[in-house]
Design a protein around this ligand. Sequence first.
Ligand SMILES: N[C@@H](CCC(=O)N[C@@H](CS)C(=O)NCC(=O)O)C(=O)O
Length: 241
Amino acid sequence: MIELYLNWNAVCAMKVVLCLAEKNLQPVIHHIDLSKFEQHAPDYLKLNPGGVVPTMVHEGTVILESTVMLEYLDDRFPTPPLRPADPVLRAKMRMWGKLVDDQVHPSIRPITFTQIVTERARAMSEEDRAAMLARTPKKEIAELWQRVANAPYSDEELGYYLHKIEDALDRMEASLQTSTWLLGEQYTLADIGMTPYLRRLDQLGKSALWQARPAVVKWFGRIQARPSYAAMDELKLRYAA
Ligand SMILES: N[C@@H](CCC(=O)N[C@@H](CS)C(=O)NCC(=O)O)C(=O)O
């Protein structure tokens, strides 16, 4: 049995949802309502001391970090394989994973917070916000709340983060000009890693970012046509308030 703690709207959790769907595996889902700060509940922090989703539990082992979960799933459930066999391509796959974790994810956070958290952050009383922030294990997440509540990101700052995302889109465009998927003709964890971020940008009304990148446009069309894509929307239907 695979247990997955997630929130329907968490981009990194959606990577794992996609991977499970591609492998036709049905996890037991524990929905963590981030808007109610269930990620800070003591029992959840025992599993995930960083107070973030996703968390995966398999055969009594807790696995953290979505990119690590993807490789674990491919190790334990190798059919269909979602990693290339060739070591060079496998290294490239891990480079995509690093790009997502180190560049894309941190850049999309201030954009997401600005668009969808600002109102909530400002509606909270100073006291409630201070208490919530004191409970937030990851200081970079607390900082995002502080910024959108008190010192909104400037257009220049948001432009910097968009530039980081465009850099990733440029890399995608370059790879996809000669292949169907990011690493060639095999759909892999590299494609899975990028997918929820384009979906998020699309939801934030930012799909114009890739309209001038035709290979990315076609790739995203192919991605959306895969049955696994619907698994993310199903979670939204099930859990979005
Ligand atoms: N590197 C972690 C990042 C986890 C992360 O940042 N999760 C976000 C949602 S995508 C979260 O749980 N945020 C909690 C919060 O906003 O309090 C991973 O890939 O698993």
